[in-house]
Design a protein around this ligand. Structure first.
Ligand code: SAM
Length: 265
């Protein structure tokens, strides 16, 4: 990984990471790499089901990545456009979905006319966005009155978990564990922590995402002129079980992704 100035914004950093490692990231997703990336079993089917019947609708997919969702929306008869900050991801999207108008650009400044879409979808992009209200205001602007935004993000319950490790235990949990060896209680949780999380998506792809409380997230939706009409916890699809029974069981117990369904007022 090339070393860049520490002053680089999260937005520039994100674009650089997806430009550099986007092909490897998407390859692992397409191959259903079960060790790390679970989107195909969780967020993707859940989002496509939530969005439902889109026949004839003008739909914009923001942070469209390699066009996985866009392809499904086209198949369901929507008139789809897509935008993503990364050149690499847009190149992959164009390969996957011929004929769809994909643009390189940011959710913070959408290059579309006001009131031009019936639906905007944003799958797992908002955690890269610093000023969420500003981005949602942009989405609000390009939506028609009464138009719908489906936006997925890390689930607040999953985000509230804390890592803990000692000589004989390695856990990530929310709640407490009684340590029978020491007789002490280990309290775990980080619900009120806001800031930047860092993690490695695929080897070398060090990503930075914004962690927010559920309150901050919902406030941004409301302050941008939306009414929250539903919140969907993404359950794994049954097919996941045969790929990774352990992970399937875990994600049946705890949601890691959630979808906010919002209507432009
Ligand atoms: C986790 S991937 C999800 C891709 C796709 N939505 C999917 O679910 O398959 C996040 C995507 O958001 C894009 N992204 C990050 N920040 C963005 C921004 N400010 N505006 C537009 N896209 C952004 C990244 O380049 C990346 O393709």
């Amino acid at each position: 990984m090339s070393r860049k100035s520490t002053k680089e914004s999260v937005e520039i950093h994100t674009r650089r990471m997806y430009d550099e490692f986007g092909s490897e990231y998407q390859k692992r997703r397409d191959e259903k790499d079960i060790t790390k990336i679970y989107n195909e079993f969780l967020e993707v089917p859940c989002m496509i089901k939530a969005v439902g019947n889109v026949k004839g609708k003008k739909l914009l997919d923001v942070g469209c990545g390699a066009g996985v969702h866009a392809k499904a929306y086209v198949k369901k008869g929507a008139k789809v456009q897509g935008i993503d900050i990364s050149n690499t991801m847009i190149m992959l999207a164009r390969e996957r979905c011929k004929g769809v108008d994909f643009k390189v650009g940011s959710m913070n400044k959408l290059p579309y006319a006001s009131s031009s879409f019936d639906i905007v979808t944003a799958s797992l992009v908002t955690d890269y966005i610093k000023d969420l209200k500003k981005a949602f205001l942009e989405v609000n602007r390009v939506l028609k009155k009464g138009g719908l935004l489906y936006t997925s993000d890390n689930h607040p319950i999953a985000c509230a978990r804390e890592f803990y490790e000692n000589d004989y235990l390695k856990i990530r949990a929310l709640g407490y564990v009684m340590d029978k060896k020491t007789g002490k209680r280990i309290n775990l949780g980080r619900n009120w922590l806001e800031g930047i999380d860092e993690f490695e998506m695929v080897p070398g792809m060090m990503l930075k995402t914004y962690k927010r409380t559920f309150h901050t997230y919902l406030k941004a939706i409301r302050d941008a002129g939306f009414e929250l009409i539903d919140y969907i916890d993404c359950k794994p699809i049954p097919e996941f079980k045969k790929y990774d029974p352990d992970a399937y069981e875990l994600f049946c117990k705890i949601p890691i992704f959630g979808i906010a369904v919002c209507r432009k007022k």
